[in-house]
Write a protein that binds this ligand. Structure first.
Ligand code: ADP
Length: 290
């Protein structure tokens, strides 16, 4: 089976600076690095590294060829990533000596997904396949409708949080994944406890406290603790968790087994600096002893 992921592809551009610039100030950066990021790309890489077949649906500009190459290298099927006439999405990440940061996000090509592109990509899908999206492109609702109409299981990671976007997609979902802050925001926006939402499976990630999985059919909530590690960088933990969760489900593991594996992968991820480029593969996870 296959995971179809409609999602963002970003260049994460890191600049190390003596301090964050003040208005009007010009500062020389002491270090620069470029990483592959974007919640969508991270999740596709995580799913592929977890040994699932991951088809990424997305867009880049003519400056994004390297991102495509890296996704391919990590095992993602990139045939449905199109090149458009807008710059590739990127995040300008300024980091000072104390580790404080300022971020400028340019969505760019991620907002240029078309119906024709979605139709072409999802024409390859069957009702045995999974669909996932986040909230960083212009087309998640349209794509989720198409996927649902095909009988695919539809998953949604509600990040970055937007109350209207989540509520628009909610009726189409089989699986909703959010972190504790997003769960609180959604609960406030809907005036409903998260566990009363009309989605069969709801997973709330709780950082170092693990995660809760609520199944609406059984009205049961299962808590899965996080694994004990010393975190150095929590960037991409949630995306790694979600990619592994989907891969586990796609491979026929139960929800509890998939969540356990996802927790291990995310725990390893928080011990590494970086995003998509350092997501652990299945062997790392199975051999980790966690
Ligand atoms: P997000 O990155 O989306 O905010 P979380 O911070 O909730 O997501 O983290 C997602 C998952 O990553 C958690 O459910 C947990 O399994 C794992 N995780 C996050 N932080 C830690 C940590 N400090 N130690 C171990 N596991 C962690």
């Amino acid at each position: 089976m296959t995971i179809f992921n409609l999602g963002s592809i970003n260049a994460d551009l890191f600049y190390a600076l003596p301090h964050l610039p003040k208005p009007g100030e010009t500062l020389a950066s002491t270090e620069y690095s470029r990483g592959l990021g974007g919640k969508g790309a991270n999740m596709s890489v995580a799913a592929a590294r977890a040994a699932a077949r991951a088809v990424h649906i997305g867009a880049i500009g003519d400056d994004g060829r390297w991102a495509l190459d890296r996704l391919t290298e990590y095992g993602v099927d990139t045939r449905h990533i199109v090149q458009v006439d807008v710059a590739t999405g990127h995040a300008l990440i300024l980091v000072d000596q104390a580790g404080e940061n300022s971020i400028v996000l340019y969505p760019g090509a991620n907002q240029a997904i078309t119906e024709i592109q979605l139709t072409a990509a999802l024409s390859e899908a069957t009702d045995a396949d999974l669909f996932i999206c986040q909230n960083e492109t212009n087309a998640q609702r349209m794509a989720a409708e198409m996927a649902s109409a095909k009988g695919m299981k539809v998953a949604y990671a509600a990040a970055p949080f937007d109350a209207d976007a989540v509520q628009a997609i909610l009726p189409l979902l089989d699986l909703l994944i959010l972190n504790a802050v997003e769960a609180e925001q959604l609960s406030t926006a809907t005036g409903t406890p998260i566990t009363a939402l009309p989605v069969r499976d709801i997973v709330v990630t709780l950082g170092a406290d693990g995660c809760d999985w609520h199944n609406t059919d059984t009205a049961q909530t299962l808590h899965i603790p996080a694994l004990p590690v010393t975190p150095v960088d929590t960037t991409g933990a949630g995306d790694t968790f979600t990619g592994y969760l989907l891969a586990g489900l796609d491979q026929g593991l139960s929800m509890a087994e998939s969540l356990t594996r996802a927790s291990k992968a995310a725990a390893i991820m928080v011990t590494r600096h970086g995003t998509a480029d350092v997501i652990p593969d299945l062997k790392d996870v199975l051999d980790s002893g966690l």
